[in-house]
Design a protein around this ligand. Structure first.
Ligand SMILES: N[C@@H](CCC(=O)N[C@@H](CS)C(=O)NCC(=O)O)C(=O)O
Length: 221
């Protein structure tokens, strides 16, 4: 059994998408971020950075002790490799998917996170920060749009690269982006959204920032 320490945020949704797609058995352990549970010692023993998602695999492939892990990209890679799913099997294809996974982890996620913070959540309006992060996210959307111009999915077939990126495109309104400016990205977004596993994963998600198709209050700033 695998425990998923979860809250319905973009990074949390990546793992929800992975499990919905693969139907691998797992148990969801809710972590209340507003209640500060991510700072508790018990959780920090699993996720030393004090962030969700986190996983504990009670039956790792090496047959050893339960394996705790943090960082959503590492978890997606671990699960994809362990179960031989959602990752190209040839080495060049795998490398391409891994590059886009790292691109999401190091670029799209952090920059979109900052854009969302300064546009939607910050207690004061900081025009320089709003401008800086909105522009950088726009650039990154352009990078993904170019990658998708002649492909259905980001790297080969539907993979952990798509799973990592999708929840960070869901709140595009909050990031100050208009998908109509990125036609290939928009087609991909609709293609992924139409997957039954994606629809199941988002069922009952009430967090406005994590839910598809919703404008975010204050996003027009
Ligand atoms: N790079 C990390 C980022 C994790 C992260 O930032 N998680 C957010 C939710 S999306 C969180 O736990 N926030 C709680 C907090 O800021 O205290 C990953 O991808 O796992």
């Amino acid at each position: 059994m695998i425990d998923l320490y979860f809250s319905p945020t973009p990074n949390g949704m990546k793992l929800k998408l992975f499990f919905a797609e693969t139907e691998l058995p797992h148990r969801v352990v809710p972590v209340s971020l507003s209640g500060g549970e991510q700072h508790g010692l018990e959780f920090l023993a699993i996720s030393p950075n004090g962030r969700i998602p986190a996983l504990v695999d009670h039956a790792p492939a090496d047959g050893g002790a339960p394996l705790a892990m943090f960082e959503s990209g590492a978890m997606l890679l671990y699960l994809a490799r362990k179960h031989g799913v959602l990752l190209p099997t040839d080495s060049r294809g795998e490398l391409e998917a891994v590059q886009w996974l790292f691109w999401q982890m190091a670029g799209l996620g952090p920059m979109a996170g900052q854009a969302g913070y300064f546009r939607v959540y910050a207690p004061e309006t900081v025009p320089f920060a709003i401008d800086r992060y909105t522009r950088e996210v726009r650039r990154l959307y352009g990078v993904l749009d170019r990658q998708l111009q002649e492909r259905e999915y980001i790297a080969g077939g539907y993979s952990v690269a798509d799973i990592a990126c999708y929840p960070w495109i869901v709140p595009h309104v909050g990031h100050g982006q208009d998908l109509a400016e990125f036609p290939a990205l928009q087609r991909w977004f609709e293609r992924v959204a139409a997957r039954s596993a994606v629809q199941r994963a988002y069922e009952g998600v009430t967090d406005v920032y994590a839910r598809p198709g919703r404008a975010v209050a204050g996003a027009a700033r």
